[in-house]
Design a binder for this molecule. Sequence first.
Ligand SMILES: NC(=O)c1ccc[n+]([C@@H]2O[C@H](COP(=O)([O-])OP(=O)(O)OC[C@H]3O[C@@H](n4cnc5c(N)ncnc54)[C@H](OP(=O)(O)O)[C@@H]3O)[C@@H](O)[C@H]2O)c1
Length: 257
Amino acid sequence: MKQQRVLVTGASSGIGLELAKVYAQQGYAVVLLARSQAALEQLAAELRSQYKVGVEVLVADLRQPDAAVRVTQDLAQRGLTIDVLVNNAGFGLLGPHAQSGVQEQMDMLQVNMMALTQLTRLLLPGMLERNAGGVLNVASTAAFQAGPNMALYYASKAFVLSYTEALHEELAPTGLHVSCLCPGPTRTAFFAGDKLQNVRLLKFGSQSAEEVARFAYAAFQRNQAIAIPGLKNRLLAFSTRFSPRAVTRKLAQALNQ
Ligand SMILES: NC(=O)c1ccc[n+]([C@@H]2O[C@H](COP(=O)([O-])OP(=O)(O)OC[C@H]3O[C@@H](n4cnc5c(N)ncnc54)[C@H](OP(=O)(O)O)[C@@H]3O)[C@@H](O)[C@H]2O)c1
């Protein structure tokens, strides 16, 4: 059987880096995408020597509105077909909506939602033609309720969850897998910023990026529509169905401080 190839966005650190490792370990050829070229080259060298798989580095800034089109052009020029797309790149902004920088907010929506959507739209036809592979989108447990003090981040992840669930059903009759990974707090550079590293949410436990990545890979192989790693995270996400919205958003607000 032909070797499958995965494109992992946000592969320079955290969950994306661990997902790239898991896919390489499973024998996939890997395309690593992020802005940090040095980190990607280092990971590429490690994966090539450890797992003997093809690894390509693709440096791109997904804040740029034309990034997804450029990425797919670059892939075509290098003759690289993508079987599995892992849309993992993303970041969060903490603070009152009226106080975060407008450009930073728009950049976040561009990376978390628009680039993810455009890459999916551009790479799906090839997957459908080959009737193999699929899309693993990374949302968050933030997708399940509104998040005062991180309003746009929560809203961007709600978009990812809704979009991915719909795609999962649309593509159910095909051989493609579509999953939405919804991690809870995970120990990565996501929380490295001045404000985020002290956020209360982190005081209630967190998972390692490796644990989350291994869970995500297995869930995607099963074509699980929504994959929430960790029992506590699953219970919390489930509880939002029965709690009044006013309660869940106030709880989220208390944790986003
Ligand atoms: N950590 C958590 O608790 C948690 C919980 C739920 C969901 N998530 C989600 O998990 C995903 C991965 O986050 P993480 O926790 O692993 O954080 P991370 O370690 O900060 O990794 C984020 C990745 O996204 C890439 N990225 C950010 N902006 C980019 C841009 N403009 N263009 C291209 N790549 C960009 C970063 O690479 P460069 O900086 O090199 O570009 C990095 O590889 C995100 O979507 C995040 O929302 C995280």
